[in-house]
Design a protein around this ligand. Structure first.
Ligand code: PLP
Length: 429
């Protein structure tokens, strides 16, 4: 069947039964709004059911690394599916999870992050760290240390515990009374005023707060935070859900300040952006604090923990870092991203400011972000704004020409007047 003939039908069927995340469905249901139905991906490109091609400017919500449909990952998943699609990790194990835990822990010195707990997504990677941090103190003689400190404007996911540590008012305020009650700090000075003896852990997105409109932390801050945590024996939870796997220019953000956390939370790019899988890495101290009788067991798990397909995809993605020298090729792309955003800033008065950390950029506009991103679609660039900040965070595998395409799209969308009958945009969060 011709794909375009399915178009109205698919959209109507979506409207009949779908409910989309971070989406006001009244606006979605408005007949003036026409949802884009993505049906194919290859490399950095996505195609909709009407045959229009878009550059994936936010790596499909910050997940994709090596491009869509990379044959090495597709083959690894297919091979794994033929062998073992899923089996429970509760009390059993399987080869791909064993290999992946070894590979992930192998990035860090022996005796540091040498334990790996698998779960499903960024939020659950955080939940695991939170629960481990609470339970460890309970059963190791410090039950009063139940507190968490988290940073203003942080984002750590949407499950109740992770959300309650977030600092974006729109997301956490409604549920604030029902989750953890963290000490919310703006900076290290605020943190130093807290009674550390009541804290079990501090959580931070290292180097950059993504959802806070791509705002980098001052250089050296992470190292100071590590020193403070060590001094007061407060666990440091690094949420590398967004920054992990090369986005900052190194495999992990923490490597840039040469520090190690007590918990490292990974998801999004772990499978190269193909399947939901997460890992929470932690130390021998934490692990040993859970050994003993049944009362010391970590009663946490999901049906799909360590799903073999996800593990196979993650192993293939890590192989690609080596085979395609993903990190080695990044500096030139990071520089092109810098030049491109500075040129936008210089040429277009509607661009108020731009920021960048590694291969991630935020572009603040004096325009409505949601409408602008809708307009961008017409220029072949797909991304999602945060308020009036456009996020440019393409797959690491993008080449310089494709990156130039993204900037040309931004530039022409900034210069072209909005179409008279502009397709209605969904309001952002
Ligand atoms: N932590 C950070 C820093 C994130 O950016 C996100 C998602 O954007 C999450 C946690 C939550 O991850 P997930 O959406 O996979 O639950």
């Amino acid at each position: 069947m011709n794909p375009s003939s399915q178009q109205p039908e698919l959209k109507d069927r979506d409207r009949a039964h779908g409910w989309h995340p971070f989406t006001q469905m009244a606006a979605w249901d408005d007949p003036a709004f026409s949802p884009v139905v993505i049906e194919r991906g290859e490399g950095v490109w996505l195609w909709d059911t009407e045959g229009r091609r878009y550059l994936d400017g936010n790596s499909s919500i910050w997940t994709n690394l090596h491009g869509h449909g990379h044959p090495a990952i597709v083959e690894a998943i297919a091979r794994q599916a033929r062998q073992l699609d899923h089996s429970s990790f509760l009390g059993y194990t399987h080869p791909r999870a064993i290999e992946l835990a070894e590979r992930l822990c192998g990035f860090f010195p022996a005796g540091t992050l040498e334990r790996c707990f698998f779960s499903d997504n960024g939020s659950t990677a955080i939940e695991v760290a939170l629960k481990l941090a609470i339970q460890y103190r309970q059963q190791n003689g410090e039950p009063e240390r139940t507190g968490f400190a988290s940073f203003a404007n942080a984002y750590h996911g949407d499950t109740l515990g992770a959300a309650s540590l977030g600092g974006v008012t729109t997301f956490f305020e409604r549920f604030a009374a029902f989750g953890l009650q963290p000490e919310r700090v703006r900076d290290l000075a605020d943190l130093q005023r807290l009674d550390a003896s009541q804290l079990t852990a501090v959580i931070i997105e290292p180097l950059i707060q993504g959802v806070n409109r791509m705002t980098p932390w001052p250089s050296g801050m992470l190292r100071e935070l590590r020193a403070w945590c060590t001094q007061h024996d407060v666990f440091l939870i690094l949420d590398e859900v967004m920054t992990g796997f090369g986005r900052t220019g190194t495999l992990f953000a923490c490597q840039q300040e040469d520090i190690l956390p007590d918990f490292l939370c990974l998801a999004k790019g772990l499978t190269g952006g193909t399947l939901p899988l997460a890992a929470t890495l932690t130390t021998p101290r934490l692990y040993q604090g859970f050994l003993g009788g049944p009362d010391r067991t970590f009663y946490y798990g999901h049906s799909y923990c360590a799903n073999p397909l996800g593990c196979a995809a993650a192993l293939a993605s890590l192989d690609l870092f080596e085979k395609e020298q993903t990190l080695e090729h990044l500096p030139a792309k990071i520089e092109r991203l810098r030049q491109g955003r500075l040129a936008l800033e210089a040429r277009h008065p509607e661009v108020l400011a731009t920021r960048q950390c590694g291969f991630m950029a935020g572009i603040d506009l004096a325009l409505d972000g949601a409408s602008f991103c809708r307009r961008l679609l017409g220029h072949g660039l797909l991304t999602r704004p945060i308020g009036d900040t456009v996020v440019l965070l393409p797959p690491l595998a993008i080449d310089l020409e494709e990156l130039d395409f993204a900037f040309a799209a931004l530039s022409s969308a900034l210069t072209s007047p909005p179409p008279t009958a502009e397709v209605k945009a969904l309001p952002d969060h």
